[in-house]
Design a protein around this ligand. Sequence first.
Ligand SMILES: *[C@@H]1O[C@H](CO)[C@@H](O)[C@H](O)[C@H]1NC(C)=O
Ligand SMILES: *[C@@H]1O[C@H](CO)[C@@H](O)[C@H](O)[C@H]1NC(C)=O
Ligand SMILES: *[C@@H]1O[C@H](CO)[C@@H](O)[C@H](O)[C@H]1NC(C)=O
Ligand SMILES: *[C@@H]1O[C@H](CO)[C@@H](O)[C@H](O)[C@H]1NC(C)=O
Ligand SMILES: *[C@@H]1O[C@H](CO)[C@@H](O)[C@H](O)[C@H]1NC(C)=O
Ligand SMILES: *[C@@H]1O[C@H](CO)[C@@H](O)[C@H](O)[C@H]1NC(C)=O
Ligand SMILES: *[C@@H]1O[C@H](CO)[C@@H](O)[C@H](O)[C@H]1NC(C)=O
Length: 698
Amino acid sequence: MWSQYIALAFASILTVSYAASSFTPARPPAIPLAVKSPYVSAWQKAGSDTGGNGPGNGGYLAGEWATFWNGQILGWTGLIRVDGTTYTWMGNPAPLPTVVNQTAFGYTSTRSTFIMDVGGKLSMRIIFLSPITPTDMARQSLPFSYVDIEVCATDGLDHSVQLYTDTTAEWASGDRSAIVEWEYGITPNDNIAYHKFYRQTQLLWSETADQTEYGSWYWATNNAAKLTFQSGSDTEVRGTFTTSGQLADTKDTTFRAINDNYPTLGFALDLGNVNATSVSTLFTLGLAQEQAIQFDGANGVVSVPSLWTSYHATEADALEFFYKDYATAGGLATTFDNKVAGDSNAAGGADYIILTALAARQAFGATQLCGTPDAPYLFLKEISSDGNVQTVDVIFPFHPLLVYANPELLKLLLNPLFVNQEAGQWPEKYTIHDLGSKYPNATGHPDGNAEAQPLEECGNMLIMTLAYAQSGGDTAYLSQHYNILNQWTQYLVAMALIPADQISTDDFAGSLANQTNLALKGIIGIQAMSVIANLTGNAADAANYSSIAHSYIAQWQTLGIAMDANPPHTTLAYGMNDTHGLLYNLYGDKELGLGLVPQSVYDMQSNFYPTVMEEFGMPLDTRHDYTKIDWEMFAAAITSSSTTSMFISRIAAFINQTPTNRALTDLYSASTADYGAFNFDARPVVGGLFSLLALPKA
Ligand SMILES: *[C@@H]1O[C@H](CO)[C@@H](O)[C@H](O)[C@H]1NC(C)=O
Ligand SMILES: *[C@@H]1O[C@H](CO)[C@@H](O)[C@H](O)[C@H]1NC(C)=O
Ligand SMILES: *[C@@H]1O[C@H](CO)[C@@H](O)[C@H](O)[C@H]1NC(C)=O
Ligand SMILES: *[C@@H]1O[C@H](CO)[C@@H](O)[C@H](O)[C@H]1NC(C)=O
Ligand SMILES: *[C@@H]1O[C@H](CO)[C@@H](O)[C@H](O)[C@H]1NC(C)=O
Ligand SMILES: *[C@@H]1O[C@H](CO)[C@@H](O)[C@H](O)[C@H]1NC(C)=O
Ligand SMILES: *[C@@H]1O[C@H](CO)[C@@H](O)[C@H](O)[C@H]1NC(C)=O
């Protein structure tokens, strides 16, 4: 896919005018630049709107600042000098040298690629690669990202070219008045030149505006003979390059606040005379935090290291490994890109690639591999909505991505939840909602004081644990956690059929008694436990829970299907004949191959959804016009193929046309494509867009 459309893009440079950029396979609301962890999360806003973020420019890299997912500017800048004239290819520095003409943009699961025309003389191809290696823990554990810049002449002539790029220290704290320090160095073994920068007062475990307040950032490139560097104020460093085409090889030693004459860390490379043969230069950016998470585990709160510290003795080692690994990482990325694109196309058609390829980095980018190789964990941040750690009803919509990409990672995500609760660090009989109110503090809720979604989370844990055991071929895991799974099932047996007035995962929609979809999740959870009991040799439990689940599902059909409705459909809540909603919890029945819910229910919903579809999708339920992108895809994955296609094409239209301009929102108006009730951005729940790919092969 990728090489194909980028090749096309190159062809178009040579033959057509430079008026506007193409966007392949779509113009996303925001373009992922470096998106690799909750803190390495840089985006280029593209949608025209607001949302408190200021208007985007339509998806052009130059003339607009990159931002952290939360909207804070990251002064990441790119300039290029051609025959003595300087142009801007990234960012919005002041004064602003002429911006290059962006002619094409394309994204895959791991790459965002821009094609630029520079004065009709040069073409640039700028590739932002944030690797995803789901089965390679050592690589996946590194919170680093690549920028590969290729330049060639397009007019048959040779041109004198100097390439420049910098970053400010804005990554190092969410508090722009925080004092930062920086240093310049060369790594000992592989001759990598780096600017290292960090908050002077390290605030371990802290965040400001969701940016991290500790660790060291590395901005690096090969220490080539014609490389120059400089640290200094933004105007000074960029001005030096603009006037001379090189930097001064000088270090500013006046450590100061991030926003005090913005400390700027620049590299310039003299590419000499560039002809039609392309020349490429590689940069890397990443964050080194040796300590990743505070975790309330089996023996109380402990500090959990970043997993990469097990593979690399020093930060410089990690940097060298990552820099030198580009060819391998690029090959693995292409394999992953092609797998996602190929599988998506086969399962849902070309439009489906628009969804999955955009979701992959965002979803993985909310996670972080921690611990040691013999006790690894995957931690997840509930980005944007509240910053909770390991939120069970966020992991649930996210989990199809892991079932598809590597079920082992789902185990690493569930493990901390089991460890904490099995150690008695949570007092309730039902499942905990999350492991901590604010990332990276997974310090639990020993006082029982967490958001209460008892039915939702019990069902989620049972369904996801069985999903892992089935897809990962690991029944020992079920035996290991049988007791607590059984405890949660007993809660469901008591509470699922007639749900008390409570919130579901869609807490923003308010609480309600007798929610049809929520009851279904609980009943499916009971049947999942029947299968778990069967697989672990607990015959009596298997028979008991299966009989309860079958009795409940029969009653549920009487209670939850609207009376005399045409066409028939399930309700939002029992007895509310005039209501409906996305019955997304039906997904678990199909995912786990339970065969609990009769086919007639699937057929009924497949026939009904098209009758209430709006331009950009189907509203979540009859209370509001907004919808959830993850739940739409859960519902769509198990409908008739024509209904599946209808959902996919409308979600693709949403992605392409939404005026929102932060990382893909999961909560949006089905009629206007703008935000729904709240601005939800960059959330890992978009892993749910992989739900069609996580179903067992028929
Ligand atoms: C961008 O394209 C326009 C229209 O063709 C042209 O006038 C302008 O010089 C180009 N700018 C650059 C930097 O190439
Ligand atoms: C995490 O807990 C520490 C105390 O252990 C506190 O200083 C820090 O602010 C907390 N972090 C967040 C993001 O709330
Ligand atoms: C283009 O430049 C490269 C690097 O300087 C050189 O090796 C090559 O011979 C040049 N090609 C042509 C056609 O001039
Ligand atoms: C079936 O499970 C329920 C809920 O745990 C329990 O109350 C009941 O005694 C069980 N019945 C049998 C026959 O095991
Ligand atoms: C929930 O549904 C049950 C069964 O129809 C009914 O008896 C009960 O009154 C309902 N609860 C509420 C609060 O509406
Ligand atoms: C599990 O289910 C199979 C198939 O229905 C049955 O033959 C077997 O006896 C069950 N095992 C247990 C332990 O319930
Ligand atoms: C739902 O429809 C049935 C059949 O028309 C009717 O008997 C019942 O009263 C209705 N329920 C409500 C709450 O309107």
